[in-house]
Design a protein around this ligand. Structure first.
Ligand SMILES: Nc1nc2c(ncn2[C@@H]2O[C@H](COP(=O)(O)OP(=O)(O)OP(=O)(O)O)[C@@H](O)[C@H]2O)c(=O)[nH]1
Ligand SMILES: [Mg+2]
Length: 166
């Protein structure tokens, strides 16, 4: 089976781990348990375009790394990234933009998806302005709580990885 390493990046508490729990177990937990360092999970994605299943090796990181994550060995060999922010906290959207720039610089041409999480909650003033900086790439609104947008984000990313044969 084709296997690809995908980094989960984003500020503390934006919902990286919750997004993976929704994807893999179709569950949500309201209680916050911060990831320490890095946790590695595996999930097989079945593409909707009729191609073969693909194994994503998902590297869930501690938001504390910030953009310094790109100076660590954790990112070695990454094929793609899911970069997450929290719609209720504009500063996490600014951080997401920094992480997108950092990923583009460290892995030129590799695919990523920027996810705006927690859209089940009211959007904070300022989040939209921060998103505007990412005009070139689309930011997908998602919710780990309701599940909206999660599965398709990973399927789309997997299909892009396969098309580019990464
Ligand atoms: N309402 C709502 N809460 C969410 C959503 N996603 C995550 N949360 C909550 O936000 C908090 C942080 O979620 P985590 O998944 O632990 O965040 P994280 O990005 O993994 O955080 P770190 O590991 O510390 O970097 C938890 O209390 C979650 O229940 C969402 O879509 N909606
Ligand atoms: Mg976490």
């Amino acid at each position: 089976m084709l296997t690809a390493k995908v980094m989960l990046l984003g500020d503390m508490g934006v919902g990286k781990t919750s997004i993976l729990y929704r994807l893999i177990y179709d569950r949500f937990e309201g209680q916050y348990k911060s990831t320490l360092g890095v946790e590695i999970l595996s999930h097989d994605v079945v593409p909707t375009d009729g191609s073969d299943p693909m194994r994503l090796v998902l590297w869930d990181t501690d938001g504390d790394f910030g953009t310094q994550i790109f100076d660590t060995v954790y990112v070695t060999g990454a094929s793609a990234a899911i970069i997450v922010s929290d719609v209720t906290r504009p500063q996490t959207v600014t951080r997401m933009v920094e992480l997108v720039r950092g990923f583009e610089e460290r892995f030129p041409g590799r695919p990523y998806r920027a996810l705006l999480n927690k859209i089940d909650l009211p959007e904070a003033a300022g989040s939209a302005g921060a998103i505007a900086e990412l005009a070139k790439s689309s930011v997908k609104p998602v919710s780990a709580k309701t599940g909206v947008g999660i599965a398709e984000s990973f399927v789309e990313l997997a299909q892009t990885i396969r098309r580019r044969q990464l």
